[in-house]
Design a protein around this ligand. Structure first.
Ligand code: ADP
Ligand code: 5RP
Length: 558
């Protein structure tokens, strides 16, 4: 889609914003073993997003009983370099977990599951943090997923045309781990590469910290490290890109024991981690998931009966889970592998066991909306007015748009203003990290109306990006009918409505807003042995015992 057709479809397809949103339907899916009785088992889910760590206590019926959140540190020492600290993140995990289990009978806690962003954690041979920066600051030992420092490395990797690239949409992303590893070898040889003993995906770092087990999740290795669920590591790839040193020691530094998400790790929670987290030692700890995959697992099997949706009579492969936080991830599953140019995958068993996964994505969505709003001259005025009304800036902007639209549908406020949203490159389906953002239709206006309309145009551009990804997935063989949204942006009704209007698909929101966390708790439930797997049986969702029982869609926008 070039900018011309983008603008055209933009103007043609923006449908009226629906009447006030229907109230959530308060109901719940089939009860699990506990029925209506007092819950006797609890599971803890910990979700490490880009901006914060959250924890939830969930019972065996899938009801979220307690929630806590804590921001985490981020550094941007130079443009396109984004770093974090594994110690800071672990400390935040401990704080939020202690908070959610206060006053709870700890003996009822049966399992713990983690999900996290797919950032790269570097430790030395004694498991101490190593610097990923020229300043030698070892507290910054994580290269974040959105870090784009390894541009030259990923370019060379893609030039090899190695066959593993077929399984990442044909083009490896600079956000994956191989280019970041190569960057470390080429740029920080002495202070980092030569001393490194362990390179972890963040979700696997957390499960190691909790159990002392260095096993990696199939999810991380397949989606970000070129591991094949069927064939394992491909030596020829690592040799071809100049990282043959990782093959030695049987891939010990990047993982040689690989477990499916939800598998129980070692002897469970080790005493030191138990003390720090405020949980009983020895409870089951699960092999982890990447955050988008936990969200996908949390929503894709939702029980939609009674809402008259076409997907009720369709296989689960007609559903697209969209996890919308700092970035948006578009998770579609299939029985057979589907190769979609510019869309990551197909990945076998990386999210739902036994299914192939394709993962489309937009590198910055929440971050882009925040950026557009916060950098506008009218932002201080917006903040003051929202604070005076005790509203979030987004609730304020949404009601402001309702005021200024007058009789016309809100979508038409942007007939003259268009945003191209690739401010941090295009992840899918163009798979071009060099792309930049664009705004057309600017005037000299600097007021709040102008800010509100720019905010709307940004949301619309993101929704068009989702539509572009859906069209590309369908052209390659997916057949999609319904969107299942979760993540921070799904709490914004305008964002959700624009996705329904612009894709022409109904959007289902889970009754439990914190679906990503429930996805993490499902892992803990599975590891505890209380449930046989994250999903059982041949087909979803009918026989998807844990997933279906945990969820009921709350309301639908069409
Ligand atoms: N209630 C809300 N209304 C509008 N936007 C929201 C709301 N809550 C969170 N967001 C937006 O969602 C994004 C963060 O989503 P979140 O899932 O918390 O991100 P991450 O997992 O990447 O840390 C931010 O851009 C934030 O502005
Ligand atoms: O690449 C991803 C998943 O495969 C995500 O974009 C990344 O993990 C960041 O997630 P979030 O936007 O929720 O913080």
């Amino acid at each position: 889609m070039d900018i011309q057709t983008h603008v055209l479809t933009h103007m043609q397809q923006v449908l009226p914003l629906a009447e006030p949103l229907p109230s959530p339907v308060h109901g719940r899916g089939t009860m699990m073993s506990g029925g209506d009785q007092e819950p006797d088992h609890y599971y803890v889910g910990i979700d490490v997003g880009t901006g914060s760590v959250r924890a939830a206590l969930v019972d065996q019926r899938g009801v979220l009983l307690a929630f806590a959140e804590q921001p985490i540190k981020k550094w941007e020492p130079q443009f396109n370099h984004h770093e974090q600290s594994s110690e800071d993140i672990w400390a935040a995990c401990c704080r939020v977990t202690k908070e959610i289990v206060q006053g709870i009978d700890a003996h009822r806690i049966r399992g713990l599951g983690f999900d996290a962003t797919c950032s790269l954690v570097v430790l030395d041979k004694e498991f101490h943090p190593l610097p990923v920066n020229r300043e030698g600051d070892s507290s910054r030992n994580i290269i974040m997923w959105l870090d784009h420092r390894a541009v030259s490395q990923v370019h060379r990797i893609n030039e090899t045309k190695h066959s593993v690239l077929q399984y990442v949409g044909g083009v490896m992303s600079v956000e994956m781990q191989a280019p970041k590893l190569l960057w470390l070898k080429e740029n920080l040889r002495e202070i980092c590469w030569d001393k490194a003993g362990h390179f972890f995906d963040l979700p696997d770092f957390l499960s190691w910290k909790a159990t002392g087990v260095t096993a990696r999740s199939l999810c991380s290795l397949v989606c970000k490290w070129t591991y094949s669920a069927e064939k394992g590591w491909d030596d020829s790839f690592w040799k071809m890109i100049g990282l043959e040193d990782l093959i030695g020691d049987n891939y010990n530094k990047i993982g040689n024991l690989v477990l499916p998400p939800g598998a129980s790790l070692g002897s469970g929670l080790i005493p030191e981690a138990a003390r720090e987290l405020g949980l009983p030692s020895g409870i089951a700890v699960a092999a982890s998931l990447i955050d988008a995959h936990a969200g996908g697992l949390g929503v894709i099997g939702a029980d939609v009966r009674g809402h008259g949706l076409t997907c009720e009579g369709q296989p689960v492969t007609s559903r697209l889970a969209v996890i919308c936080g700092t970035s948006s991830c578009h998770m579609g599953i299939s029985k057979d592998p589907i190769f979609v140019p510019g869309v990551w995958g197909p990945y076998f068993s990386a999210m739902v066991p036994g299914f192939w996964l394709n993962e489309g994505g937009q590198s910055v969505t929440g971050k882009l909306i925040d950026h557009m709003v916060q950098s506008h001259p009218a932002f201080p005025e917006l903040q003051a007015k929202a604070t005076a009304r005790c509203q979030s800036i987004y609730a304020y902007l949404n009601s402001h748009l309702d005021l200024i639209k007058k009789a016309q549908p809100v979508g038409f406020l942007t007939v003259d203003l268009h945003v191209w949203p690739d401010f941090h490159g295009n992840r899918s389906p163009l798979a071009d990290l060099t792309l930049k953002g664009m705004v057309t239709g600017l005037t000299l206006s600097r007021d709040l109306d102008d800010l509100a309309v720019l905010y709307l145009a940004t949301i619309q551009a993101i929704a068009f990006g989702t539509r572009f990804i859906i069209e590309t997935m369908e052209a390659a063989g997916h057949s999609l009918s319904t969107l299942f949204l979760c993540g921070g942006l799904s709490k914004n009704p305008l964002f959700v409505q624009m996705h329904a209007d612009i894709t022409g698909m109904p959007v289902v929101l889970s009754q439990e807003v914190e679906s990503v966390l429930v996805g993490a708790a499902i892992l803990g439930a599975c590891a505890s042995g209380d449930f046989a797997s994250v999903q059982t049986g041949e087909s979803l969702p009918e026989t998807c015992s844990v997933v279906t029982d945990f969820f009921l869609s709350a309301f639908v926008m069409e």
